[in-house]
Design a protein around this ligand. Structure first.
Ligand SMILES: Cc1cc2nc3c(=O)[nH]c(=O)nc-3n(C[C@H](O)[C@H](O)[C@H](O)COP(=O)(O)O)c2cc1C
Length: 329
């Protein structure tokens, strides 16, 4: 089953794309597919799944990204996600952090395509929503029995696709499994859109979403000629208004572009409701810091928000006050 509109996706980002962030991003694009941060299957199976999986109905379409490598646990976690209403379950095969590798999941799973296939099979048997995979174009070092990097990639995709999984998000860089921090792993290995494109051409029956380094409407428009969708990570967080511009130019030209002020005005009632439930103001305000990125008043906006959100008496009115400050600036 593959009926979600994947043209525009917001990437899973640990410690960033929490439910508040996703609600905010939804105000910037009515239909972008929003991904949760990676949540590990053991955390869902053994932890407080209700709290970990909670989200606002306005976030739809929203995909739950899971981390794990135990098919049984992943199946249980996927089912919990589906029961909570997630529209897709995605398996993380792209994160290279040491912590993730020590749990034997993330990018190091690319070296074990049969295990990934077993995980995906178990997840697909547990849910009706699409089960998708996010991976890199390769890993470094490659497993000892592999010589050709592209063959390694096609071997991985073929094996996983044979389970019936037909959607792959490709972060178009190799993951270096030793010696680079996760941050360096998002910057140092070169971007190879050409490799992702070759993959796209070699598997015409599969859906490919391109990820990595997409930062402008022009580049996104160019790449959408080749791919079924794009996934935007850092730029969607640091400059979220790009999502609104992309939504209008790529998805719905008739959509009335909301102003930044309107977006904040729509976020405020959400913030009030969550504050009443006991969520902390700072955890919600931090996500709007990038809204004025690239504009002359961005500094006053950021400074006011970060200083004021820390005040014990601060509440959602702070956001309206911040709007007054940027208007004056
Ligand atoms: C702070 C941060 C946290 C991330 N956490 C995850 C994660 O939980 N799962 C995942 O698959 N990728 C994660 N990523 C990688 C992004 O999803 C994306 O693949 C990467 O940033 C490249 O896209 P970009 O250049 O558009 O940012 C994270 C990236 C950042 C910057």
């Amino acid at each position: 089953m593959n009926k979600l509109d994947r043209r525009l996706c917001a990437a899973p980002m640990m410690d960033y794309t929490d439910r508040h962030c996703r609600f905010f991003l939804r105000l910037l694009s009515p239909s972008a597919l929003l991904y949760t941060e990676m949540i590990t299957a053991p955390a869902i199976v053994r932890g407080n799944a209700e709290r970990l999986l909670a989200f606002d109905p306005a976030e739809h379409p929203v995909a739950l990204q899971l981390g794990g490598s135990d098919p049984r646990e992943l199946a249980i976690a996927a089912r919990r996600g589906e029961e909570c209403g997630y529209d897709e379950i995605n398996l993380n095969c792209g994160c290279p952090s040491d912590r993730v590798q020590s749990g034997r999941f993330g990018a190091c799973l690319m070296a074990e395509p049969q295990l990934v296939a077993d995980c995906v099979t178990a997840m697909r048997e547990a849910v009706k929503v699409p089960v998708t995979v996010k991976c890199r174009i390769g890993i470094d070092p490659m497993p000892p029995n592999c010589v050709d990097e592209y063959e390694f990639l096609t071997g991985f995709v073929s094996k996983v696709a044979a389970t019936g999984c037909d959607v792959f998000v490709i972060h178009a860089r190799r993951a270096v499994l030793k010696g680079l921090s996760p941050k360096e792993n998002r910057e140092i290995p070169p971007l190879r859109y050409d490799v992702a494109r070759r993959l796209r051409a070699d598997f015409p029956h599969l859906t490919f979403v391109l990820n990595g380094g997409l930062r402008s409407a022009e580049v996104v428009r160019d790449q959408l000629e080749f791919f079924d969708g794009v996934m935007i990570g850092r730029e969607a967080y640091q400059n979220p208004y790009l999502l609104a511009l992309l939504h209008q130019s790529l998805v719905d030209p008739d959509w009335l572009l909301p102003s930044r002020e309107q977006i904040i005005e729509r976020y405020v009632p959400y913030v009030r409701e969550r504050l009443a439930e006991g969520h902390r103001l700072r955890t919600m305000v931090r996500h709007v810091q990038g809204l004025y990125a690239g504009l002359p008043n961005v500094r006053s906006w950021r400074r006011f928000l970060s200083e004021q959100a820390a005040q014990p008496a601060a509440n959602a009115d702070l956001l309206m006050e911040a709007l007054r400050i940027v208007r004056a600036a």
